[in-house]
Write a protein that binds this ligand. Structure first.
Ligand code: 5RP
Length: 222
């Protein structure tokens, strides 16, 4: 099976976690796009979704799924999203699609986080994928130096030769060279640095369940 087929497999499998009659939290990325396409088949049984990015909002709306503002909803039963890395404890690195801040917000207001990913995303220790960190532009230099003191090299993410601007009007640093052996401690520490909007380690909002697409089918990790 191709990686694209594995993504479609887990996107479809995630439908079993969607509660008919309830608003669903929707993440961002190519795997989530497969989930959104599958979700359209049950749109008549759903009030709609809370979305984690402008890109997902557009896709949901194009398929006729209503998108609610996060502030209109107190709690969601389930949030479905992909990951750039996931370890055996359900700790993740996210933000490859630059949507990490809104993803963490929607995850935090959801009782259950269902991660959908192909098996290439599974790692023993977080840190292989460059760690995305959303930052306030005036703090880029200072935060880059703080990561250097930890042994990491931070690079400003660009698009078309210019710094990428997130849905929140901020920038992204991608940090290589880190081995994140204590995801909870790391997330807590980096989140405190002035100018950090969101660090892409999802430890406090870890996955409750992971649907992993493998050559032999969907593997469910709890
Ligand atoms: C976006 C994310 C995505 O969930 C993550 O990058 C995985 O994306 P894909 O499913 O395309 O591999 O965190 O900010």
């Amino acid at each position: 099976m191709t990686q694209d087929e594995l993504k479609a497999l887990v996107g479809q499998a995630a439908l079993q976690y969607v509660v008919p009659g309830e608003i669903v939290g929707v993440g961002t990325g190519s795997t989530v796009n497969k989930f959104i396409d599958a979700l359209a088949t049950m749109k008549d049984r759903l009030p709609g979704a809370v979305s984690s990015s402008e890109a997902s909002t557009q896709r949901l709306q194009a398929l006729g799924i209503r998108v609610f503002d996060a502030n209109e909803v107190e709690e969601l039963s389930v949030y479905i999203d992909g990951a750039d890395e996931i370890d055996d404890q359900g700790y993740m690195v996210k933000g490859g699609g630059a949507a990490l801040t809104r993803e963490k917000i929607v995850a935090a207001q959801s009782r259950r986080f269902v991660c959908i990913a192909d098996e290439s995303k599974r790692v023993p220790v977080l840190g292989r994928f460059p760690l995305p960190v959303e930052v306030i532009p005036m703090a880029v230099g200072r935060i880059t130096r703080q990561f250097a003191r930890m042994g990491g090299t931070a690079r400003l993410r660009t698009r078309d030769g210019h710094p990428l601007v997130t849905d929140n009007g901020q920038q992204i640093l991608d940090v290589i060279g880190l081995q994140i052996r204590d995801p909870l401690g790391f997330e807590g520490e980096v989140s405190q640095w002035p100018g950090v909007v969101t660090v892409g380690v999802f430890a406090h909002q870890k996955a409750s369940v992971c649907l992993l697409g493998t050559a032999s089918g969907v593997q469910t990790l709890n």
